[in-house]
Design a protein around this ligand. Structure first.
Ligand code: ZN
Ligand code: ZN
Length: 346
C-alpha cells in the first residue's frame, strides 16, 4: 500500500510499504481521508518524544472498515464508515475514573504508539476500540469533513471549562484553524461578540468567513488599545490564546474585563514558556486564568455532532483536499498560513 513515511525530521517520502495485518481482536480500516494537524507540522519538523522513525503520522481519520479480526467482538461491520480520533485512554487510572480523561496517566495515541493514517490502511487495535474515540459517521456527513473531528474536541473542552455562554464577548488570539474552530464553538454556545486577533493578514482574511465581529491585525494595531476601544474600556469577558506566542498571554491578562475568564490554550515553545505576567492584575481584577489541553471522548462526540449540525462549518474549515501523493504541497500550504485545514484523500 502507499503511505507517507517520516524517516527523520524534515525527511519524508510517499512510498510503498507493507499493508498492515488486521489485528486479532481489532479492525483494519481503509483510510479515505486524513487531516493534517498543527502537531503533525511540529513532528515533521522536529520529531516527537513518543515517535520512533520510520513513522507514519496522521491521526484525523475517516475510513471504511475493510476487515474485522477473527476474535473481534464489537459491532462494527465491514463496509461501515467510521471516524477516528487518536486518543486511547487506559480507563483505569485515577483521572480516567474521575472522568478527567484528558489527563489519563497512560494515554496512548494512534499515529504515535501505533502507525497512523497517512496510509491506505490503518490497523485499529482492540484497546482503541474499547477505550478510544472511534465512531460511526452520522448520515449525511461528508467523510472529508468528519475526518477533522479531533481538533474541535479540545476547543469544546476548553470552552466548557471557561463556561462560555449566552451573551459573552470573546477575544481569540490566533486566527489559524484552532482559532476558527473556537469562533464556531463560541457561537454555538451563544457568545454575542467575537473578536479575533492575529499577525497574519491571510489568516485574518480566512477567519472572517466564520462569522467574527471584528478582526484585529496586531502586527499593525495595538491589540490592547483596540480591545479597550471596542469594549468601551471594559475589556472582554473571555480570552483564549490559540497560538504559540508568549506575549499573547501577557496581552490576555490586559484585555480581560474584571472577573474575566482566560484560557491559555496554545502551548508555548519550551525555551519561551517562562512568561512574566502582572499577577496583581489577576488578583485585583479577580481574573480566572486556566490552562486547558486535550479532550475526553464526550468532547469528541460533541465535535462530531457540531460538524453534523453545521455548527462547526467543516466545509469552510477544510480549505484543501489533496491526494496523499501531494503531501509536501499540503504541508507547505499549512505552514504558509494559506490553508485552514488540509485533508489528504487516500
Ligand atoms: Zn490533530
Ligand atoms: Zn487513564
Amino acid at each position: 500500500m502507499k503511505a507517507v513515511v517520516l524517516l527523520a525530521p524534515n525527511e519524508y517520502v510517499y512510498q510503498d510499504v507493507e499493508k498492515p495485518q488486521c489485528p486479532e481482536e481489532g479492525i483494519l480500516l481503509n483510510v479515505k481521508y486524513c487531516g493534517l494537524c498543527g502537531s503533525d507540522l511540529r513532528t515533521l519538523r522536529s520529531g516527537h518524544k513518543n515517535i520512533q522513525f520510520p513513522a507514519v503520522l496522521g491521526h484525523e481519520i475517516s475510513g471504511i472498515v475493510a476487515e474485522i479480526g477473527p476474535s473481534y467482538n464489537g459491532d462494527f461491520k465491514p463496509g461501515e464508515a467510521l471516524c477516528v480520533g487518536p486518543n486511547v485512554y487506559c480507563g483505569t487510572c485515577e483521572f480516567c475514573v474521575r472522568g478527567e480523561l484528558e489527563f489519563c496517566e497512560n494515554l496512548r495515541e494512534l499515529a504515535q504508539h501505533w502507525p497512523g493514517g497517512f496510509a491506505e490502511y490503518i490497523a485499529i487495535p482492540r484497546e482503541a476500540l474499547d477505550n478510544g474515540v472511534i465512531r460511526r459517521i452520522p448520515d449525511g456527513v461528508r467523510m472529508e469533513h468528519v475526518a477533522v473531528g479531533e481538533p474541535p474536541s479540545s476547543c469544546i473542552n476548553a470552552q466548557e471549562k471557561l463556561n462560555v455562554h449566552d451573551g459573552d464577548s470573546l477575544l481569540i488570539i490566533g486566527a489559524g484553524p484552532i482559532g476558527a474552530i473556537h469562533v464556531s464553538v463560541a457561537r454555538a454556545r451563544g457568545a454575542a461578540t467575537i473578536y479575533v486577533a492575529d499577525i497574519a493578514a491571510s489568516r485574518l482574511e480566512m477567519v472572517k468567513d466564520f462569522g467574527v465581529d471584528a478582526v484585529i491585525d496586531s502586527s499593525k494595531t495595538d491589540l490592547i488599545e483596540e480591545i479597550m476601544k471596542l469594549t468601551g474600556g471594559k475589556g472582554v469577558d473571555v480570552v483564549i490564546t490559540a497560538n504559540p506566542v508568549a506575549v499573547t498571554q501577557v496581552q490576555a491578562i490586559e484585555v480581560a474585563r474584571k472577573a474575566g475568564r482566560i484560557a491559555f490554550f496554545g502551548g508555548l515553545p519550551h525555551a519561551d514558556c517562562n512568561v512574566t505576567l502582572d499577577t496583581n492584575k489577576i488578583h485585583y481584577r479577580g481574573l480566572h486564568v486556566i490552562g486547558t489541553t486535550g479532550f475526553a471522548p464526550r468532547h469528541y462526540d460533541e465535535s462530531i455532532r457540531y460538524i453534523a449540525k453545521g455548527l462547526i462549518p467543516a466545509e469552510k474549515l477544510v480549505t484543501h483536499v489533496l491526494p496523499l501523493k501531494d503531501f509536501a504541497e499540503g504541508v507547505e500550504l499549512a505552514r504558509a498560513g494559506q490553508a485552514m485545514k488540509v485533508v489528504f484523500e487516500i
